[in-house]
Design a protein around this ligand. Structure first.
Ligand code: ADP
Length: 443
């Protein structure tokens, strides 16, 4: 302040001295006034420089001034720097926030008060089929044109979500997208989207499964209760009574097998995969299931099947013994049940070049048409429904085999030609296969 007063005084004094040379007091006064005016102009120029710089609001290129102007510039420079830092950190925070929303597995769309897209993450754009950059500013109703969504926007029923069909990853493949709008701020809207295709598929499978199980149980139950009613109301000869009891026992057995297979499946789904620890000789597994198959053939076929063991029985395999036995015996019992009496069945283990091992069952049965092959491991899928029922099938055998194989990290394969028989194979990976002399076996 003092510096500015001194500058003013100096210029007024210089002007006065200059006027004084004119030998007239009026000139002295005028000179002083002129000096004052020059100072006001100079000061004004400095104020303009400061204002211009403030307008640019750049902390770096501050004007070089002295005195109170320098102090003013310095304080403002510090303030601008502080604001710049704050703005930078807000930008970073916003970027972090948007990257977090970008990474979300759910779709997020921000809409303005008129329903125009302000921002959308990639997930939402993919699920709804628009471009997250190009379509900013577009009305969402013009981009998402499914009638359910238009109705939803029209009725503003935002308490609930709406499901629409989204574009699939590939042509001809659609997805189910759940969309819900949440109003916020001043008439703005947050739109959340979720791909519910898998959930819906699982729900449909669950419904099918319950319907199938109910159907499978209802049939023998109806037969059973019919016999019970007959026996309660009609006086029967001893031979009829015995025949009825036999049929009833068959139906009860059928329900028991079904429940037992269902329990096996649920155990396979709900328990951890078997470890590498338990090693067993393939020879022993094979002997066990062949014996079972021969027993079954004697019980249901006349003449019995020729059941032969082939392949290499020198390997040991690791996994769950009970699960492997169940998978192997399912394949063999299918071969016995579906191959006409007197037919030929071959089963055994084969070692593959990559170290894996295959258990195979070949039969001379009716074979399976190619269109059925991909569906054989679905629960309750049967090619020949009546043959399956006649021989006590539940439609769950190959589903169990598939689960066992998956839990052991292996594969499942079916080769079949109608009229020429089928070959079913389960493959165990190399890590689960050892030759007889493997060190692990001597521990
Ligand atoms: P099921 O209890 O009905 O035998 P599976 O799941 O074991 O059920 O088999 C599914 C279907 O695959 C069977 O119903 C049958 O139609 C067919 N199938 C399985 N094994 C054979 C086979 N060796 N030869 C012909 N068809 C077979």
């Amino acid at each position: 302040m003092t510096q500015r007063a001194l500058e003013l005084l100096l210029l007024v004094a210089l002007g006065g001295v200059w006027g004084w040379a004119g030998d007239d007091p009026a000139w002295t006064f005028a000179g002083g006034l002129l000096g004052g005016l020059v100072w006001v102009l100079w000061d004004g120029l400095r104020a303009r420089r400061v204002l211009d710089w403030l307008n640019r609001a750049e902390a770096q290129r501050a004007p070089a001034l002295s005195g109170v102007w320098a102090e003013l510039v310095d304080r403002n420079r510090k303030l601008i720097k502080k604001l710049e830092k704050k703005a930078q950190s807000s930008d970073h925070r916003l970027e972090d926030f948007l990257s977090a929303i970008q990474a979300s597995p759910n779709g997020v769309v921000l809409l303005d008060a008129h329903g125009r897209i302000e921002w959308a993450n990639l997930t939402a754009a993919n699920q709804l089929g628009f471009d997250p950059q190009r379509d900013v500013g577009q009305y969402v109703r013009n981009l998402v044109r499914q009638p359910e969504f238009s109705q939803y926007l029209k009725h503003k029923d935002f308490e609930r979500e709406v499901q629409i069909e989204g574009p699939g990853a590939r042509a001809g493949q659609s997805t189910q997208i759940s969309v819900q709008i949440h109003p916020y701020g001043k008439k703005r809207r947050l739109m959340l989207t979720r791909d519910v295709t898998a959930v819906q598929l699982a729900e449909a499978m669950r419904r099918d499964f319950v319907a199938n199980v109910s159907h499978e149980i209802r049939t023998p139950l109806t037969v059973l209760s019919g016999f019970v009613e007959t026996m309660q109301t009609v006086p029967l000869e001893e031979s009829d009574r015995l025949r009825y009891l036999g049929l009833m026992s068959q139906q009860a057995q059928r329900m028991q097998t079904l429940v037992s297979d269902l329990l096996t499946l649920s155990r396979l789904e709900g328990s951890p995969a078997p470890g590498q620890g338990d090693w067993m000789p393939t020879q022993e597994l094979l002997r066990h299931v062949l014996q079972e198959a021969r027993g079954l053939s004697q019980a249901i076929a006349q003449p019995v099947h020729t059941i032969e063991s082939l392949g290499d029985d020198s390997a040991w395999v690791s996994g769950s013994k009970s699960e492997l036995l169940s998978a192997m015996s399912n394949l063999l019992s299918n071969a016995v049940r579906y191959t006409p009496p007197g037919g030929r069945i071959e089963a055994g283990w084969r070692l593959n070049a990559d170290g894996s091992a295959t258990f195979f069952v070949s039969d001379s049965g009716p074979g399976i048409a190619a269109e059925h092959l991909p569906r054989l491991t679905e629960r309750f899928y049967r090619v020949d429904r009546s043959r399956s029922r006649e021989t006590g099938g539940t439609g769950l055998g190959l589903a169990i085999v598939k689960h066992v194989v998956q839990r052991h990290g292996g594969g499942f394969d079916v080769q079949s030609v109608v009229g020429q028989g089928s070959t079913f194979a389960l493959i165990l990976p190399a890590v689960r296969v050892r030759q007889r002399e493997a060190p692990a076996l001597r521990e």
